[in-house]
Design a protein around this ligand. Structure first.
Ligand code: E4P
Length: 230
């Protein structure tokens, strides 16, 4: 499974890269707003740190022609020197029309705000490179079956994965709105190829109390006072 970081915070991105766990970054207007930085500078910095790994940058309108223009501008501005930009487009009728046009012109889209298998199918048919089902937000409103959604999508994806007439641009599942490590594990067990998570979830994945107890015991038995910092 590839791990994307769901953040616009450059320090977190650098740290995940340093851990050797960074396969890409997803941003959204909320995450960008938290950084209180000039958006152009922020995007440039993120793209540079990612060094060719995919960075999702979100469009900011529901007007098809404007989404297409914004998508082209994002790719022209940040997609140079082999940087990979996925243009993030909301899963709406106007958005998916734009995704089709962007796909036809060779631009990869990440279809965001996806909450159902129906919406996955539409995005896949439109030519999405990745589709982002938001599982945590389904949890937030008390809906059961958030990971059932991933199961449904994986089944659809597998049924059609080698058929470009049905899924023209892969439409890989990028499991999103992840709240805890169990979401990541369950999505991986269902075969989802990509997950995007906040830094704190990635960090939590490293922690296990028995690893700390075991390590500290080994150190103590060696006569060392080193302890594991988690
Ligand atoms: C995905 O691309 C989104 O940025 C993200 O996963 C949304 O997550 P949230 O529900 O934690 O805001």
């Amino acid at each position: 499974m590839k791990f994307f970081l769901d953040t616009a915070n450059v320090e977190q991105i650098k740290e995940a890269k340093d851990m050797g766990m960074l396969d890409g970054v997803t941003t959204n207007p909320t995450l960008v707003a938290k950084e209180s930085k000039d958006t152009h500078e922020l995007y440039s910095e993120i793209v540079e740190i990612c060094n060719g790994k995919p960075v999702s940058l979100e469009t900011t309108t529901n007007d098809t022609a404007k989404i297409v223009k914004e998508g082209q501008d994002l790719v022209n501005t940040y997609g140079k020197n082999s940087s990979k930009i996925y243009v993030k487009v909301a899963n709406t009728k106007a958005g998916l029309k734009a995704v089709r046009q962007l796909f036809d012109s060779g631009i990869d889209c990440n279809v965001t705000l996806t909450f159902s298998a129906t919406q996955y199918l539409l995005a896949a048919k439109a030519g999405a490179r990745v589709v982002s089902p938001f599982i945590g937000r389904l949890d937030d409103i008390g809906l059961d079956g958030n990971l059932h959604l991933i199961e449904e999508i994986e089944q659809i994806r597998n049924n059609y994965k080698d058929n470009e007439e049905h899924i023209p641009n892969k439409a890989d599942t990028l499991v999103s709105s992840i709240r805890h490590p169990v979401h990541v594990v369950q999505a991986a067990m269902m075969g989802a190829p990509l997950a995007t998570m906040p830094f704190k979830v990635l960090d939590m994945m490293f922690k296990h109390p028995l690893t700390k107890i075991g390590f500290d015991q080994f150190m103590s038995d060696l006569g060392s006072d080193e302890t594991l910092q988690q």
